[in-house]
Unconditional design. Sequence first.
Length: 437
Amino acid sequence: MLTAFARAFRTPDLRKKLLFTLGIIVVYRVGTHIPIPGVNYKAVQTCVTEASGNQGLFGLVNMFSGGALLQITIFALGIMPYITASIILQLLTVVIPRLEALKKEGQSGTAKITQYTRYLTVALAILQGTGLVATARTGALFNGCTAAPSIVPDQSIFTTITMVICMTAGTCVVMWLGELITDRGIGNGMSILMFISIAATFPSALWAIKKSGTLADGWIEFGTVILVGLVMVALVVFVEQAQRRIPVQYAKRMIGRRSYGGTSTYIPLKVNQAGVIPVIFASSLLYIPALVAQFAGGDSEWKRWVTANLTKGTHPVYITLYFLLIVFFAFFYVAISFNPEEVADNMKKYGGFIPGIRAGRPTAEYLSYVLNRITWPGSLYLGLIALVPTMALAGFGASQNFPFGGTSILIIVGVGLETVKQIESQLQQRNYEGFLR
């Protein structure tokens, strides 16, 4: 990886792309520290200090925004509205025939779906911004903080609308910055911004572990956490790179005087075909009842049960539901993202077949069988990765949203591997261009 970056910096055009990407990252990080109008900055800092390590329901979203959510800055919503919009559009593509037809149209259809994603991102940003401002006004953003009611001193309609507009505009700017990295930088813009947001919370979280430690002034706990993190990253890299390669043979065809086909290739089926999506789905779904209970009035039985069982990441009920939801969403996402019948039809159309398997329906059944067998270890791996670090690091005083948790490790490793592949492919393409010239 370091060799790829060193070679990229020695290449003039790639060096410009890397420096441009670094510049966009600096702008993004500066924006996460600019508070929006109408917020009492001193009261926010007081509550953030008091709530350190106990971020509650908003910890996951705060991690994805690089700590900007609890600071109530212009980039407080971060990349989450765009991620949510992308996932919704991807799910709707399976349900709505019009979107499925656009997806099959190629580049023009993809551009149209991207435009719909932008519109949905703005709508979600307005909705989430309104919820965040309402939460900050009531003081529920920081439970137990004495300065929480004074975070928004002026609670007039004009101030509220101004705050929502600023947050929505900030989300649009983040989306634009991500697309700039994709077009003029090294690519994968949205993923890189997500990577930076999560990585930005690492230093403070690690230092909090050191400060709360008791052995050798906290350095033993600090070193142990670093070692655990490195082991988990190595495990994730190993599994993320693992795949089942299904051999495909293409029959030789004669068209005129030319011979086509006769080549051998393979279909790569990753062990973790769903990526980090099931973990995000499960986390979001488990936050809904706790969020409803937080804003619900009274002291009903269901509210007490939710508060006791679904607000602590170390509770047995929470752990069990979290694990089961991850396994379920892993199978669900693989089922909607990989269509064995479509793959089998495309292979049959171009004269391809799996050795020993008849083309058509038997090929689709074989692909479904292999995919289900692979998804089981992949889903169990996701559940263990999401839970083991959280439970192991809880003994060192880390919160349930500690950066070395499952979601952050999966995203950081996945984006890191994809970025290195992007750089290597551009280096390889440049070498080919130089050879042809």
